[in-house]
Design a protein. Structure first.
Length: 478
């Protein structure tokens, strides 16, 4: 049954490209239905495990598929963010030709992301990472303007470097383990004779995935790619696409496949802390809303990398939870940016200053996203950051815990400035370009409200969720 997460989107992709007019006209609805089913399937997994159903199409693939709790969270995240991106595209992309291109590329990207979280060998993982990357390149350049082409070119060049690192790492793994399955590679780490080459392979993979994830100092492509993209593509990239092809793979490989030694662990910790600080400080100086959100994304990804470097079960749980939270609140903020751009024709905060009071729904939902990003209780972002900081503290990494805590204050500072600047005051000056604001669709408002509700409800119910995550916290205080 797991293969259906790949085969059904692939089948729908072929159906949408049949020369039948009414199918093309209903493309958004069909893809929206598919993504809704994926979300529902992920949520119902605990009641009806997929392993209980026969894998009738298992022989179709030459690679193995498997599901665990991490996979489940990723499938839920992919479906949610891709559905929101589809809704934003339906509200913001006017040309029928571009709308059709977007739907097709979104499906290809979803196929790649679903496969990334399901496969269990490292070469298949690489193949689907490249599928996600290529579809992302084209999506960024969808409108074919100068800034979009420039953003795509930067992403393409750095992604090509990442590919060289990853393929070199795969070659080393094949030499050391003789096989590229996760199980074989994990077993090879216990062989002293293969120790050196496995360390080299893990280091090469780490460099490649840092580029794919946009972790500092490999973040040069992130701002231009997010800024130049159409609004719907920015939601997809910032919310899940680049995170699945970079951050998730880091979580999967360095969390359960590789055995990481202390020096490499320190490198991961430093990279996470550096991303947190650099992203937060850079966001403070931005005047463009999407660029500020891009730097904020780099900072928030740093928390996940920092937790990965901590390498304790509690830290890993916090990293996965923050991955989901980041996908939701960052998608929410990019949807808010899309609504502002749709109505006022700009994401320049100098032009938007004092205009947001005309959009109360956007203002309120933006505040929810801002507070969750900054880690203000009881919103969901608070709990994931708390778990990460306490995991660092309990493992004796007090400096890193302090950096993570202080960076949350910086995050709150620049986001509250943005919130006040756009939504909480009226401008005395009226920019000529904003005298005749456009209208935003109800679909955008629905997306904003839905994501804000997920953020609030996740934070509110987290304490009452089953599990023993609270037990390690007791040992810190008592």
């Amino acid at each position: 049954m797991l293969s259906l997460f790949i085969l059904i989107p692939l089948l729908l992709l072929f159906i949408l490209n049949l020369p039948v007019k009414f199918i093309r006209q209903g493309a958004f609805g069909l893809v929206g239905l598919l993504l809704s089913v994926q979300i529902l399937a992920a949520l119902l997994h605990s009641l009806f495990p997929w392993s209980a159903f026969p894998e009738i199409l298992g022989s179709f693939f030459i690679f193995s598929l498997a599901v665990d709790n991490l996979t489940l969270v990723m499938l839920l995240t992919i479906g949610t963010v891709a559905l929101v991106s589809l809704i934003v595209a339906a509200s913001t992309i006017g040309q029928e030709r571009l709308r059709f291109y977007f739907v097709n590329l979104l499906l290809i990207c979803v196929i790649g992301m679903n496969a990334i979280v399901l496969v269990r060998d490292i070469f298949s993982l690489y193949v689907f990472i490249e599928i996600v990357s290529v579809s992302s390149f084209i999506l960024i350049a969808l409108e074919r303007n100068k800034s979009a082409i420039e953003g795509t070119f930067k992403y393409l060049m750095l992604s090509a470097m990442a590919t060289v690192f990853i393929l070199s790492g795969i070659a080393c793994f094949l030499l050391a383990a003789g096989d590229l399955s996760f199980v074989s590679i994990h077993s090879a780490f216990y062989d002293p004779a293969a120790s050196f080459i496995l360390k080299v392979a893990a280091s090469l993979f780490l460099c490649g995935l840092f580029i794919k994830a946009g972790v500092a100092p490999f973040h040069g492509w992130v701002m231009d790619a997010y800024l130049a993209s159409p609004a719907s593509v920015s939601v997809l990239l910032a919310g899940v696409a680049t995170k699945i092809s970079g951050v998730y793979v880091l979580l999967r490989l360095f969390g359960s496949v590789f055995i990481v030694n202390a020096p490499l662990q320190n490198i991961i910790l430093f990279a996470g802390a550096f991303s947190i600080v650099l992203g937060a400080l850079a966001a403070l100086t931005q005047d463009d809303l999407k660029r500020m959100l891009a730097y904020s994304s780099i900072s928030q990804i740093g928390y996940i990398i920092l937790a990965l470097g901590c390498a304790t079960p509690l830290a890993f749980a916090g990293a996965v939870f923050h991955f989901f939270n980041h996908a939701i609140f960052k998608s929410l903020l990019f949807v808010n940016a899309a609504a502002l751009e749709k109505r006022f024709g700009s994401t320049d905060m100098n032009k938007l200053a004092g205009q947001g009071y005309k959009m109360p729904v956007t203002g309120i939902t933006s505040l929810m996203g801002v507070l969750s990003t900054a880690g203000i209780p009881p919103l969901s972002g608070f709990w994931s950051k708390l778990i990460i900081i306490l995991a660092l503290f309990s493992s004796g990494r007090f400096v890193y815990a302090g950096i993570a805590l202080l960076a949350s204050v910086l995050t709150l500072a620049y986001f509250l400035v943005f919130q006040r600047r756009i939504f909480f005051c009226k401008s005395e000056l009226q920019e000529p370009a904003l005298e005749n604001p456009g209208k935003i669709s109800r679909a955008l408002g629905f997306s904003e409200i839905s994501l804000a509700i997920i953020t609030v409800v996740t934070g509110a119910v987290f304490v009452f969720m089953p599990g023993n995550w609270i037990m390690p916290l007791k040992g810190i205080f008592w």
